[in-house]
Design a binder for this molecule. Structure first.
Ligand code: SF4
Ligand code: SF4
Length: 156
């Protein structure tokens, strides 16, 4: 178990208004602010991504994406990965993928601990127990995993 970012960049595609460059302070260094938390931070482009960052072809066509996002083959990379704000580092789009006993993926639990599924059985189990799952407790993820595993699902 455990989240692995696939570096698809989807979560960064609409964050251009939230991760704001205030001014450039060096060849690859920027004073920035994270609008959602109101915190300033210094961003330095990762050494191995500077060529990617300098190519503005893609970002100019995606003005609502975060200014530090760049495509690299099939991936979209954060070019300030080493110095990205804490909320970016902590972000997980999906905490669990839920597999039915036959191996089909039938749902996901998002990083905000919501269920996404079209499986009525899974939805029913969730609704029956949602009120007893404490969304702020550190063991909430384990509770969710145990709940579905006890009904025969696999949590990845
Ligand atoms: S956190 Fe999720 S949406 Fe964002 S890049 Fe990683 S896999 Fe993609
Ligand atoms: S700083 Fe990096 S991780 Fe954060 S929104 Fe921008 S590209 Fe995504």
């Amino acid at each position: 178990m455990g989240f692995t970012c696939r570096q698809c960049g989807t979560c960064c595609m609409y964050l251009g208004d939230y991760i704001v460059i205030e001014r450039q302070s060096g060849p690859f260094e920027y004073h920035c602010s994270s609008v959602s938390t109101g915190t300033p931070f210094i961003a330095r482009i990762d050494e191995d991504k500077r060529t990617l960052f300098e190519d503005h072809t893609w970002i100019d066509r995606h003005p609502v994406a975060c200014s530090f996002l760049r495509p690299n083959g099939d991936l979209r990379l954060c070019t300030i990965h080493e110095m990205s704000p804490p909320q970016c580092k902590a972000y997980r789009c999906v905490v669990f993928r839920i597999l039915a006993p036959d191996g089909r993926q039938v749902g996901t639990i998002t990083g905000t601990l919501n269920l996404h599924t079209e499986d009525p059985n899974l939805q029913r189990i969730w609704e029956e127990h949602e009120g007893t799952i404490f969304h702020t407790e550190p063991e909430t993820e384990e509770q969710i995993a145990r709940l579905f595993e006890s009904r025969g699902y696999r949590m990845l």
